[in-house]
Design a protein around this ligand. Structure first.
Ligand code: FAD
Ligand code: DLZ
Ligand code: SF4
Length: 520
């Protein structure tokens, strides 16, 4: 092959439809895939997350080779592993003398910064292509965001619906007359609510080899590998999607916000890992969802809810990330300074809701949205945990976590650290909300109906402590201001009891020991 095109494919770009691969010819292209230490260690990822990415990468390299592509695959344990994307690309340039390096833009700021140096570093032309797996380009997002003080997902989502033509009637109106059916998607779980089990994928030889590597090299990282059952190939991911559309999408909408102890997936799709890796095409999934509605197999509120999560939230947080970086990483509008409690890593807490959410996180490298938002996130918000520590935790513990999607959800959605650009108000809630939307409280040593004192749910005093300490900022917010009339009506003594109770609880929290999230 004389002076081929070198196409580096990153671990979350695993599709033959990638812009850098599409249109290339096999006899003129060298594909480069790299397991590198920089990526595996910049935070101490959950063991399942590393195993998933390496296994999916190795399977994808095999698929490409079978299809006739030339693939240079660098394994983590290769003796001459250069340790970084830049180091490996440099080595491949030396070996193949390519006439062009063609790569799709990285999803994360950290990697994009390194990539931007390649053209200067290498004596070879470098092109960085737009990642068109996202419907909305950054230029389009920036144009939409320009001159807006608040960047509300809802308005962005309507644009995306129009652009994609999803759930639009022939007069250009939203199907059913409304853009958003969220009010129908808040059904509390009824007794004994359970969902059909999702397909679990038994590790094959490639996955088993990777699991062994991870145990050996990253054995002290958070999380268990025992339950590893993620789809690692396109075929498996499609099987997982088939099962969702056949068995769970019908109830996805109504029970989207429900939580049931031990029911880890409920009616969620469990497809985020596959979408983020590139194994599934997000738009195709939305078309399948729309088809389920047209075929009468799923109600509009379920289908609209699912489509909104993907062309709404997913596209929106990605645009928001690039629009707000790099300062988003350091945003701390509420000046939260407390260390993350140790129980986020050990799960050892008497608070049954948190214990269950941390258990599923440890066992499955997954928790569903409302667990991430209204239990784990709500606690971090109310307790005033330092955003950097919360960001690190979320980036480490979930198999679907990449900074472009984790950071906006953590800094802006749960912690309000951006001062309200993303969310119109903090998602703060007392024990009442968790009690209504889950069965956690019936198995808890605390009681959600007890407000103060022995046995009171800690979310209750923490909620008022949070509202009290941020009164200056939040009182003017029309969506929250009226809460202060309730607070004022309580009288000084009751208020002081709440504040003392919260202070005593906060003082009892053991801060996490260093070394869980990052190597020193
Ligand atoms: P479903 O409930 O079936 O939803 C369908 C799809 O919609 C998901 O697969 C996902 O692609 C998309 N989606 C839904 N909500 C969001 C959202 N808020 N942002 C972006 N995409 C969304 N998602 C990640 O992929 N990676 C993360 O690192 C991540 N971190 C999060 C951190 C916090 C604090 C919160 C509140 C949410 C986070 N999410 C993240 C979003 C969401 O929780 C997960 O996408 C979802 O739980 C994945 O499970 P699922 O595939 O069953 O989702
Ligand atoms: C998350 C991750 C990990 C743990 N390891 C690798 C790796 O060794 N090689 C690789 O190509 N990608 C890995 N990834 C995913 C990357 O972090 C991700 O592709 C980029 O950071 C996105 O910008
Ligand atoms: Fe969580 Fe409070 Fe309910 Fe216990 S009582 S499960 S801490 S909300």
């Amino acid at each position: 092959m004389t002076r081929p095109v070198l196409v580096p494919i990153l671990g979350d770009q695993l599709t033959r439809d990638l812009a850098a691969v599409r249109g290339r010819t096999k006899d003129d292209t060298v594909i480069l895939m790299m397991e590198v230490w920089d990526e595996a260690t910049y935070v101490k990822h959950h063991k399942q997350k590393i195993a998933l990415i390496f296994s999916a990468m190795r399977h994808f390299a095999e698929e490409l080779r079978h299809a006739g592509w030339t693939v240079d695959y660098v394994k983590l344990d290769d003796a001459d592993n250069a340790g970084s994307f830049t180091g490996e690309v440099a080595r491949a340039i030396e070996e193949h003398s390519p006439r062009l390096v063609s790569v799709v833009e990285a999803g994360e700021w950290r990697v994009r910064e390194a990539m931007d140096q390649w053209a200067d570093k290498f004596a070879c032309e470098v092109e960085i292509l737009r990642d068109d797996r996202f419907i909305c380009s950054q230029a389009e997002f920036d144009e939409w965001a320009k001159d807006r003080k608040e960047l509300r997902m809802e308005f962005f989502y309507r644009e995306m619906r129009r652009q994609a033509g999803l759930l639009m009637d022939k007069d250009g109106k939203p199907e059913g007359g409304e853009w958003n059916y969220d009010s129908e998607n808040r059904k509390p779980p009824k007794d004994g609510l359970s969902a059909p089990e999702r397909p679990k994928f038994e590790p094959d030889a490639i996955t088993r080899e990777v699991i062994e590597l991870v145990e050996e090299r990253f054995g002290e990282h958070f999380g268990s590998l025992e339950n590893f059952a993620w789809p690692v190939t396109r075929d498996e991911a499609e099987e997982a999607a088939d099962a969702f559309f056949a068995e769970r999408i019908e109830c996805f909408g109504p029970y989207q916000d429900a939580m049931v102890a031990g029911e880890d997936d409920l009616f969620h799709s469990m497809l985020s890992t596959s979408i983020n890796l590139g194994l599934l095409d997000p738009l195709e999934l939305c078309h399948r969802a729309e088809q389920s509605y047209q075929d009468g197999k799923a109600p509009l509120n379920s289908v609209e809810g699912f489509i909104r999560q993907i062309i709404g939230w997913r596209e929106y947080v990605r645009g928001f990330y690039w629009h707000q970086m790099p300062h988003l990483r350091h945003a701390n509008a509420l000046d939260a300074q407390r260390g993350l409690p140790e129980f986020y890593w050990t799960g050892e807490t008497d608070m049954a809701c948190l214990a269950d959410c941390i258990r599923t996180t440890r066992d499955n490298a997954h928790a569903h949205h409302i667990q991430r938002l209204m239990v784990l996130g709500n606690f971090a918000l109310l307790a005033g945990i330092d955003p950097h520590e919360v960001q690190d935790w979320y980036l480490v513990v979930y198999a679907d976590a990449y900074e472009w999607v984790e950071l906006p959800n953590v800094a802006a959605m749960i912690l309000y650290a951006d001062g309200g650009k993303l969310a119109s108000k903090p998602y703060a809630a007392s024990g009442n909300y968790i009690n209504k939307m889950s069965n956690y409280c019936s198995g808890c040593t605390y009681s959600p109906s007890k407000k103060i004192g022995e046995g009171a749910c800690p979310f209750n005093p923490l909620y008022w402590h949070f509202m009290h300490r941020h009164r200056d900022r939040l009182e003017k917010n029309p969506r929250i201001g009226r809460i202060y009339s309730t607070w004022d009506r309580m009288g000084d003594e009751r208020q002081q009891d709440y504040l003392d109770s919260a202070e005593a609880f906060l003082a009892s929290l053991e801060p996490a020991r260093p070394g869980w999230a990052r190597n020193d």
